[in-house]
Design a protein around this ligand. Structure first.
Ligand SMILES: [Zn+2]
Length: 351
């Protein structure tokens, strides 16, 4: 039964008592150790399926924090309500998770998140990366439709916090400072950015140097089935891409911002917002750049979709209710999205 219906059954005196009880105990009620699992349990359909045998699992008691456990009758695999979610193995309650996610939407630093939520800097760092990685599933599901605009954005390679032994080394024998690459060199990281009329947004690192049809395929190929028109520059990469996908290309001549009514002002507006937002972080390492782009996409989409008073809960739901569990140890093992050996190919690696 829905909570509204339950309350309607009560008499007015009980309703007032219930209201006072809630006001007095609200924060305690949201702080229980099984608060996350209760929410997950409410959202999950009642069948928990074994990930090995694909059959329904049976209830198997509760943990000491009163989180429901399950067992598979075929392979004896056991799991709990929070297994494979980002709150798995977390001792933090619903209100802390919800608040951390909200702080991240506000772009708070790791230090500030630690202070606001009374957790250590280390925990704050891990929470932030867990949430940012969890956004991936959401961001990956974004598709474009109808009319869309596309452009590229180029970033310099930032190797902040890369260990010295992993840095590309510059050969002292370098004689020429002239790059063999003209214009946008392979020292720039290329990101494809596209948006449609409904504010579905894609920002993805595709590689080094100027954008190619192959890069467009990787970033957008599976996401444009429902796109009819695409505004983009007239570069041959877009011409081939649009032909492959039966999309009408509204090409803007190179060096111009528009061609009559055809423009890419919406995606360029997103680029300016992105630049302002990224500048708060004083340099983002290339290793983490895609996470920051995902983070930006998530904030942009949530703010377009939900009113301010729903933002906090909807963001929590989107992140926690997905199966996004990642081990803390895997966070630092993230691969570089680009190949540094290619980026610095003309600087011979010293042996
Ligand atoms: Zn099984």
């Amino acid at each position: 039964m829905k909570i509204e219906e339950l309350i309607k059954e009560l008499d007015p005196v009980s309703i007032i008592e219930f209201k006072n009880y809630l006001i007095e105990n609200l924060s305690e009620l949201c702080k229980t150790k099984n608060s996350n699992s209760k929410i997950i349990s409410n959202h999950r359909d009642s069948n928990v399926i074994c990930k090995h045998c694909n059959i329904r699992m049976s209830k198997n008691g509760k943990t000491k924090n009163r989180v429901q456990k399950y067992i598979c009758s075929s392979c004896n695999y056991t799991c709990s309500e929070t297994t494979d979610t980002i709150v798995s193995h977390s001792h933090l309650s619903f209100d802390v998770w919800r608040n951390v996610i909200d702080n991240l939407l506000d772009g708070f630093s790791i230090r500030r998140i630690a202070e606001e939520n009374n957790v250590s800097i280390y925990t704050s760092f891990r929470l932030r990366h867990k949430v940012l990685l969890a956004l991936k599933n959401y961001v990956k599901s974004v598709e474009l439709k109808g009319n869309a605009q596309s452009d590229e954005k180029y970033f310099s390679i930032n190797l902040k916090r890369t260990k010295a032994k992993n840095m590309p080394r510059y050969s002292k024998k370098r004689t020429s400072t002239k790059s063999p690459y003209r214009g946008i060199s392979h020292h720039k990281v290329c990101t494809v950015s596209s948006i449609d009329d409904d504010d579905n947004l894609i920002l993805e690192i595709v590689g080094l140097g100027r954008c190619t049809t192959e890069m467009l395929e990787n970033a957008l190929g599976s996401k444009v089935d429902k796109v009819n028109n695409l505004n983009a520059d007239s570069a041959s990469a877009y011409q081939k891409f649009c032909k492959n996908h039966n999309i009408t290309l509204n090409a803007i001549p190179s060096g111009k911002h528009s061609n009559g009514n055809i423009n890419i002002s919406k995606i360029n507006g997103v680029h300016s917002q992105l630049e302002t937002w990224l500048s708060k972080f004083k340099g983002v390492s290339i290793r983490h750049l895609q996470e920051y782009l995902d983070w930006f996409v998530f904030i942009y989409s949530m703010k377009k979709k939900f009113s301010l008073n729903k933002l906090k809960t909807e963001s929590y739901n989107t992140i926690v209710l997905d199966n996004n569990y990642i081990k803390a140890n895997d966070i630092i093992k993230l691969q570089m999205p680009i190949d540094l050996n290619i980026a610095y190919a003309e600087y011979q690696h010293q042996s």
